[in-house]
Design a protein around this ligand. Sequence first.
Ligand code: ADP
Length: 347
Amino acid sequence: MKKKSIPDNISNVSQLLEDGLLFCDDLGCILFSNNLAKQYLGENLIGKFIHHLVGIEELKNLNTSYENGVFDDQFNYQIDDALKRSLLIKVKKIENNLFGVLLLDMTLQRNLEKVRRDFVANVSHELRSPLTSLVGFIETLLNGNVEDESTKRKFLNIMDEEAKRMNRLIDDILSLSKVETEEHITPNTNISLINPIQYVISSIKERGLSKQNNLILEDLRQNTNDPCFIIGNIDEINQVFVNLLENAIKYGYEKSDILVRIEQFRKDEVIVSVINQGDGIPEKYLDRLTERFFRIDKARSRELGGTGLGLAIVKHILIKHRATLEIKSTPKESTHFAMTFPLANTD
Ligand code: ADP
C-alpha cells in the first residue's frame, strides 16, 4: 500500500505542540514525528514500529485493534532513563491507514502524586518526635511542677532546640519536594560551576574551623581559568555543595582537611569530589544514603542537627542537572562524594 505523506503545514504546526506527536500507518509504522516525540523515543523514528519502541502489543495492528473494540486508545509508558518519565499514549484514527499518536508527558503529575504520598507518610513520623517532646515540656511547665529556675531554663533550652529542629525539617522538606517535583524541568541558563564552589567554601569555612577542619579547593584541571559552564540553577548548585560540605564537617574527624577536588578527563564533563577523613560509611549502606530520612546513626545525625534529607536533596538536584553521583568510602579513613557534571556546549 502506498505510504501516506504528511502535508508540510501539519508537520510545521506539530512542532509547536507541547506534546509528542507521531503519525503511523495501521501497522504502527511511524510516518512522521515531531521533535518532542524524538526527545521521548529517540532520533530517526521514521520507519520504526511504535510497538517495538514502547513494547505495547495493542499498537501492533491499529486497525484490527479498533475493529475488535479492544482498543482502549490510551496507554502508560515509562521511559527507561534516569528521569523515568511517564508518558500517556493516546491513539486516534484520522482516516484509513492513518493514525495520530499523542505522547503526553505525565511525569510532573506522577511526581506530584508520589511526593504527596511520601510526604504524608514520612513527615508525620518525623515531626512527631520533636512535637511530643515539646508538648511534654510545655505540660510540665504549665502544671507548675518545676520551681527551680535553672531546671526551667534547661527545659526551655531543650524546647528551643526541638522547635529549631522542626523548623529545619520543614525547610528541608519544602526544598526536597520542590526539587523532586521539578527534577524533569531542565534548567536553561549557563552558569559557571567554579563560582558556586568557591562561594560555598568561603561561606562555610568558619564552620569548619570550629572543628579545626581546613576546607581546601584542589583544582587539578589543565586550565584552571576555565569557568566550567554547565546548564544549571545557581541556587540549587549552591545547595548541593552546602549539603555535602556540611556533612563532611559533621561526619569528618576533627583537625582534618576537607578537600573539594575538581578534575577533568574529558572535554564534555567535569568531576567534582567532596572528600573528608572520618569513620566513613559501611559499604552495605552506600546505596541507601540518598533515600529520604535514611541515616546510619539516627541519634548521631539528630545530635548534629541533621534532618536525614540533605543527600536526598543533593540526589534530586543532580538528576535535574543530568549529573551523576558516586559515593565511595573506606571505613576509618575517608569518604568521597564524586559528582560528574556534563559541561554546556559553549562553542
Ligand atoms: P543528615 O541530616 O542525617 O546528615 P543526610 O541526608 O545529609 O542527612 O545524610 C544521610 C546520612 O548519610 C547521614 O545521617 C550519615 O549517616 C551519612 N553521611 C552523610 N555524609 C557523610 C559523610 N561525609 N561521612 C560519613 N557519613 C555520612
